[in-house]
Structures are given as C-alpha cells and as structure tokens.
Design a protein around this ligand. Structure first.
Ligand code: NAD
Ligand code: ZN
Length: 353
C-alpha cells in the first residue's frame, strides 16, 4: 500500500484495503455515526465488507443505497439521502462514505458538503475513472434537467481509499473509459507516462497501482494551483472535454460513456492542436493510436449527426461571440489555453472524426 497527500486529504492505494476501512477512519480521528452511500450495483458487491470493517472498529454505520446510473445524481436524490441521515439521527459529528464510481463520489460529496453545513467525506472509488479523476480535486455536485454538474460545492475528501481489488468486477467498457482520462493526463502533462502507456500490456497489479498514483499526482498538482477553478490552470484538465461533452449530449448520454465521448473529443482537440498550436502530425497520430489501443472510439459512428454535436457545442456556456475558450497541446506533455479557436476550426475537426 502507498499513501499520498492531496490538499488536506490522504489517499491510500493498494490491495485488500476495503476490510481496513474502519481502521483507516479511526486513524484519521473520525468519530461518531456514518452513512455509507452506494449504488444498487456496488452495494451488493462491497457494502457488507465495508460495513463489517466499520462495525469492528466501533462505528455504527447506516447504508443508503440509490439506484445505479447518472439519473440518480439529482438534487431530489441528495435531499432524500439527507432525510435518511436525519431520520437515522446522524449529527454534526457524523461523516459520509461514498462507495462507488464517480456518480456516487459526486452526490455523496455534495451531501457531505451540505449536511449540517459540511461534515467529513471519505471516498471509496470503485471505478478506474473515479480513482484517477473524480475522487481528486474536491468537486462535488448533482445534475439538473438542463445540464450536468450545474449545482455543487467544493468539498475535499478527508480520505480516499483506492482498493485495486474492486476493479475486478468492473465491466470492461467501464474499465477502458478510465483510460481516456489517463491518456488525457499524459497528453497534457506527462510525456513519460505517455511512453509507459504505449508499452502497456494487460497490467499486473503493481503496474496499475503505479499508474493510478501517477495520475493522482498529475491531477492533484494541477488542482493545487487553482483549487476553485478560478485562474484557468484547472481548466487544462478540460482538454478534449469541449467536444467530448457535446458528443455525450448528442448521444443523449446513452450512446457513449463519458470516457468514450472524451476519447473522440481528444481526437478532435488534437486535430485543432495540429492546425493551430503546432502539434506535429506524428504525435497526433500516436495519441489516436493509443486511445484505440485501450478499446476507445476514435471515429464517430455514422448514426450520430455532426450537426447535432455542433448544436450541443453552441449550448456550451463557454462559447462567447464566435470564439471559445479551448485547450490545445503544442506537443505531448504540454497544454495551453487559447481564445483563438473558432467554431469553424472545431466544425472542421468534428468533420474529420
Ligand atoms: P458511475 O459511478 O455511474 O459507475 C459506472 C457504472 O459502473 C455504474 O453502473 C456502477 O454501478 C458500476 N460500478 C461501479 N463500480 C463497480 C465495480 N467495482 N464493479 C462493478 N460495477 C461497478 O460512473 P463513473 O464512470 O465512475 O463516473 C462518472 C461520473 O463521475 C459522472 O457523474 C461524472 O460527472 C463524474 N465525474 C466527476 C468528476 C469530479 O471531478 N467530481 C470528474 C469526472 C467525472
Ligand atoms: Zn472527464
């Protein structure tokens, strides 16, 4: 097991960690009652183990299970969770454990942020995407009818427990989508990790552990410079996301997983970078090959109309007077923000997908 620090919190990475949850919470000085918030798939697999560990360390946990899927990430659901916690008598000394993927991480963190004006949040990410991305950085929130993550709060987790064993039950498609964020991290900040990924073979646990640790470091370092997303530094993490989000929306959030849409968004952002930031064509091609190596899409399926993506793109709030704030890469390992990318450039890149 290795331990890292991110912001005020601690991140543990290793195997066989779930049975030590109670111990680790105790070491952190957490007291009182706690609510394990999980989804209907994950709770079945891991809630009993986490709960047993907490009980044997002297905690009295309650389990709140919500239906799996992004549709559960709403303000109403967050309210219902709070109601359940109030009914169970959880008070200001209590804490929340989010046991699940990014959906659970976001909603459980949001509940922790608002319950009694904020109580500690422990995250146990159970997807690769949640380990390398959503559990880092303290962004929590819920979706509304009009868009994703429009309501939320910054609330850094006190503890994150990344137990590699939980990834064994993760469906292959969900495992692979985590690599879209990993490739993104390599492309914006770490050329060496890009090389490691090119040589990646169905990994052993030690290699996967090192990879997760590198990704946590990359994201935490960027977040530390701009925790509240104000100076633009944190926006570098949005590389590939402008077009990625539009593709997700164009597929009605059903056709693509987030990481799959991001993969296509990265391909488009690389085309823009090649045209306007000097990204060499051979590096662009290497990025596309790497995404494909992880089973991620790099060509748009025929049944998705490009016009639908452009319409979704214009809906994006970052779009101002014909120009868009866009992240480009002049080379692998370096990202920049620019205001010079036009809708025409993006249309052209989407046309090539
Ligand atoms: P998810 O939480 O919906 O999990 C995906 C699916 O896998 C679900 O059906 C879940 O039940 C199942 N699952 C999870 N762990 C499993 C396991 N170990 N074994 C078997 N099945 C398992 O989705 P996700 O891809 O982890 O995360 C996406 C969410 O993360 C979105 O809501 C997105 O907005 C959010 N996100 C947040 C941030 C942030 O900074 N806060 C960053 C990126 C993404
Ligand atoms: Zn993302």
């Amino acid at each position: 097991m290795t331990a890292l620090r991110a912001g005020a919190g601690r991140i543990l990475i290793g195997e066989r960690l779930l049975p030590q949850t109670g111990d680790k919470c105790r070491t952190l000085g957490l007291l009182g009652r706690c609510a394990i918030i999980s989804d209907s798939n994950v709770a079945q697999l891991f809630a009993a183990c986490v709960s047993k560990s907490l009980v044997s360390s002297g905690f009295r946990p309650i389990l709140i299970t919500i239906r799996a899927g992004e549709k559960s990430k709403t303000l109403e659901q967050a309210g219902a969770i709070c109601d359940g916690m109030i009914a169970a008598g959880l008070d200001r000394q209590s804490f929340v454990i989010g046991l699940g993927g990014g959906m659970i991480g976001d909603i459980s963190g949001f509940v922790a942020a608002i319950y009694h004006r904020s109580i500690p949040h422990v995250q146990i990410p159970t997807t690769l995407l949640a380990m390398v991305d959503s559990s880092i950085g303290g962004k929590t929130g819920v979706d509304t009818r009009d868009g994703k993550n429009l309501i939320g709060a910054f609330h850094q987790p006190s503890l994150v427990i990344d137990d590699l064993d939980v990834l064994k039950t993760l469906p292959r498609r969900h495992f692979n989508q985590g690599f879209a964020e990993i490739v993104k991290h390599a492309v914006i900040a770490d050329a060496k990790m890009f090389g490691t990924l090119q040589r990646w073979h169905a990994a052993d646990a030690a290699a996967l552990q090192r990879l997760i640790r590198s990704n946590i470091r990359i994201k935490s370092k960027i977040v530390a410079k701009d925790e509240r997303d104000l100076t633009g530094e944190r926006a570098l993490l949005n590389f590939g996301h402008t077009v990625g989000h539009a593709i997700e929306r164009a597929g009605d959030y059903r056709q693509f997983l987030h990481g799959e849409a991001l993969s296509l968004g990265i391909v488009a952002a690389c085309a823009v970078s090649n045209k306007s930031a000097g990204l060499p064509a051979n590096q662009r091609d290497a990025i596309v090959r790497l995404l494909a190596q992880f089973g991620l899409p790099t060509r748009l399926p025929k049944n998705i109309a490009r016009e639908k993506i452009l319409k979704a793109l214009k809906f994006d709030k970052k779009f101002e007077s014909g120009k868009i704030r866009f992240v480009v890469i002049p080379r692998i390992g370096k990202a920049l923000r620019t205001n010079d990318v036009t809708l025409h450039d993006i249309r052209e890149a989407i046309g090539q997908l």
